[in-house]
Design a protein around this ligand. Structure first.
Ligand code: LLP
Length: 463
């Protein structure tokens, strides 16, 4: 088989260059705490446990595939973010990463706020009792109906994303006899080092209002004139799965620059800035994410320094981590169905889910880890590709991972760090049913989002 590049590009990775693979870990049974949820370990029989429950029992009770979410870890991460920023800042969990009513309650209890970006996310938040004033409403094309609902509910802020929206929100708020607190989302011309499809702060994209050319300054000018809205700050989100803080530094510098312009022109010091989310997590042992306290310290120092230089009062900072809170807290549990060794290449391991429960590998070329979790094994490592059951050759969950060569149908394997953007981006492709989310903590497990059924599918199909 040729090992030169395939004309269709790297997705046809049957022809990867020699030496591409990382070396297998010395012991396949070891679970790297960087990529696994906090309470994950192995019991005396070598079966992986989480929250004090072993995965074989979880598979028996809830079936596979299933997202298994470590509630203790989720709460610990939420608390770590909250306490890292202290009382002078607000942490808005980005609901798009994963949202359910249980999650909303945990966030509420741990003192976090919530960022929603659709009517559906807003409905979920409100139905689980998140106080409306702790909700921020985002989106580049909110419908008038969504704006109406958000304003009527009394959300703490709406993040304005276009000139039309400035007027639309002001008009709707005024018609409701309200003055809606708003921020303006700007693009600061920073392209974070991340996959192109998920980079969001360079200028050539749909989000935000460009800072360049005085466009954002004009947006502020218009917003300050309208009675229906109260402009409380500027928002910037520079991308996702970012490890390097320098992008945030440039963004903060530019946002503060705009605050200074606003003060000089209007005599108004806007009291808040939001630096968005985007902090990276470890999907494999090669990733080295920052801890929340390091991130909080870096961001607070940057903003304070920039404001001192501009002779501005330091605004209240907010951040919107999604992935960094929920991503590492869950793994997807699959059962192995078929195993196909392809001589000299790799072994294809098919599981009972696939791109319908994790689209990130196909969409972003994302990398994941994988481990055998229903037992340990001392067999030689084999280079494996974990694939799903969909009718599509791009249906890959883990492009490249090592599993023991005695892997057999019926074994359980798990893919860690699937808490963010997996269930929330899941689909029904091939009418495959979306898996449940099972929360575990202190020896107890419960379904927080149930498995989809064929009845669910047929209910939408009106014949
Ligand atoms: N705030 C805003 C305004 C955002 O647009 C986002 C993500 C976040 C916060 C949260 O970002 P996080 O901390 O979770 O990275 N589906 C892609 C990620 C899309 C992110 C969209 N916006 C993925 O699976 O990687």
């Amino acid at each position: 088989m040729s090992r030169s590049a395939h004309p269709a590009g790297p997705r046809h990775a049957d022809v990867l260059p020699e030496g591409h693979y990382s070396a297998p870990p010395s012991d396949l049974n070891v679970l790297d705490p960087k990529v696994w949820a906090q309470t994950v370990g192995r019991d005396g029989d070598g079966v992986v446990t989480v929250g004090g429950i072993d995965v074989k029992s979880l598979a028996e009770e809830y079936g596979t595939p299933a997202y298994i979410l470590d509630e203790t870890d989720f709460r610990a991460r939420a608390r770590a973010w909250r306490s890292a920023f202290g009382g002078d800042a607000d942490v808005f969990y980005a609901g798009k990463a994963f949202l359910s009513r249980a999650v909303v309650r945990w966030l509420h209890e741990e003192g976090l706020n919530l960022d929603v970006c659709s009517g559906g996310e807003l409905a979920t938040a409100l139905s689980a009792g998140m106080p409306a004033e702790r909700i921020a409403f985002h989106g580049n094309n909110k419908s008038s109906e969504e704006i109406h609902r958000a304003v009527s509910a009394g959300v703490g802020r709406i993040v304005l994303d276009s000139f039309q929206e400035i007027v639309r929100v002001a008009h709707i708020a005024q018609s409701l006899g309200r003055r809606q607190r708003v921020q303006i989302r700007i693009t600061v011309g920073v392209e974070a080092h991340t996959h192109e499809f998920i980079a969001t702060a360079h200028e050539d994209q749909k989000f935000g209002i460009p800072l360049a050319g005085g466009v954002a300054a004009e947006a502020v000018r218009r917003a300050l004139k309208l009675d229906g809205i109260e402009l409380i700050g500027i928002h910037s989100h520079i991308g996702s799965q970012i490890f390097d803080m320098s992008g945030f530094e440039v963004a903060a510098h530019r946002v503060v620059g705009l605050l200074k312009e606003v003060r000089d022109e209007h005599g108004v010091e806007l009291p808040e800035i939001d630096l968005g989310g985007g902090l990276g997590i470890a999907y494999t042992s090669d990733d080295d994410p920052r801890e929340p306290h390091e991130i909080a310290k870096a961001l607070t120092e940057i903003v304070t320094r920039e404001c001192e230089a501009a002779k501005l009062r330091t605004p209240r900072i907010s951040v919107e981590p999604g992935r960094a809170i929920v991503g590492p807290t869950a793994f997807t549990l699959y059962e192995v169905g078929t195993i196909k060794p392809l001589d000299g290449l790799r072994t294809y391991v098919s599981v009972d889910g696939g791109m319908s429960d994790n689209i990130r590998t196909a969409l972003y070329d994302a990398e994941y880890s994988v481990a055998l979790v229903s037992r340990t094994s001392d067999a030689e490592p084999m280079l494996a590709r974990v694939v799903g059951k969909h009718c599509e050759s791009g249906d890959i969950v883990v492009k490249e991972g090592f599993l023991p060569s005695d892997l057999a149908p019926g074994d359980l394997i798990a893919v860690p760090a699937t808490g963010a953007y997996c269930r929330s981006m899941a689909s029904n492709y091939n009418h495959v049913l979306r898996p449940p989310v099972v929360a575990v903590a202190d020896g107890e497990s419960r379904v927080i989002v149930r498995r989809e059924t064929e009845d669910d599918l047929l209910r939408l199909d009106v014949g």
